[in-house]
Design a protein around this ligand. Sequence first.
Ligand SMILES: Cc1ncc(COP(=O)(O)O)c(C=O)c1O
Length: 380
Amino acid sequence: MTAPIPCQRELFDIPDDVAWLNCAQMSPTLLSAAEAGEAAIRRKVHPWTISPVDFFTDSEIARGLFADIVNAGPDEVAIVPSASYGMAIASKNLTAGPENRILVLDEQFPSNLYAWREFAERTGARIDTVPRPADDDWTAAILTRIGPDVAVAALPNNHWTDGGLIDLERVGVALRDVGAALAVDATQSLGAMPLDVRRVRPDFLVAASYKWMLGPYSLGFLYVDPKHHAGRPIEQNWIVRAGSEDFSGLVSYRDDFQLGARRFDMGERANFGLMPQAIAAMRQILDWGVGNIQATLSARNEAMAARARAMGIDSVSQGLRAGHFLGLRFEGGVPEGLGTRLAAENIHVSVRGASVRVTPHLYNNDRDIERFFDALGRLL
Ligand SMILES: Cc1ncc(COP(=O)(O)O)c(C=O)c1O
């Protein structure tokens, strides 16, 4: 059961005349997270207040909160700076040969492509790009391309340009049937759309925190399936080695690591300035409930899609689109300069490929939506 969430604008600092319909680009920081971040930055003004245990405490709290969001255990979560870093870890720890294919989507976000190009170069495997399906059914299009020669599918949960949905549970089953790995970039869904790693069973799943996770820039989290916990990190930092809690013994160099996915943590993962913001944001998301966020944003977007349709503007239909995401498709392409002209009126959306991406969150109110449609009507 989900319950709609009333507008939460008071938890943010968004002036009345700003319509930020652009969470897919970057979320505004929650006031609670900003306060936590300001206090965190001030902490290093007095470094004597930071003790060795603090290098671990917040990292573990954040790891646990992310684990709660994806239904994993904290030992299965690594702290990373970006989606691309997560994909670098995934591609370093998977294998393929010249007979294999790596599945990606047409116009996939580059952070989940370049790592696989390098992987293809290294292993001799071939990138196989699933073309955009004319009927918008990405899941069916992916399923028809899965065969015994697929080694890896590197996929999002929904397409970053228009929200086109991928049923990762179904795709995951088909991949496991042929012994292929699944690496997921959930940056454009996690925090706003429920995802359960026990059901999807990805090998690796990463999300940058600065969009739907409402967290800071330069921080993300990576779920790693336990079968990869003996894998190789992409950097060798001291804190992920066993016994690093004992600062006086750090030069008793160790070959063994901290438990589980912690070996993949980035250097300086304690990240004193940013981590408290991520913690505040994830607590707020869990408090609202990801299912409730999705239900609320889906209703908002479906109403917008219907209104746009009445103006002759198309979008991916409800069942094939992630509910929190709307990409408006204009016959003959996005009108020249539309994004800039809207921005000049303080109405912020983004033009991505052939779509105008409209991605509201709980801070948006009915006035924002009215202003968007009023401007659209005038500018077309
Ligand atoms: C699908 C997707 N993945 C990842 C990112 C961010 O990637 P990174 O964290 O590597 O900068 C974005 C940003 O727009 C995105 O849309």
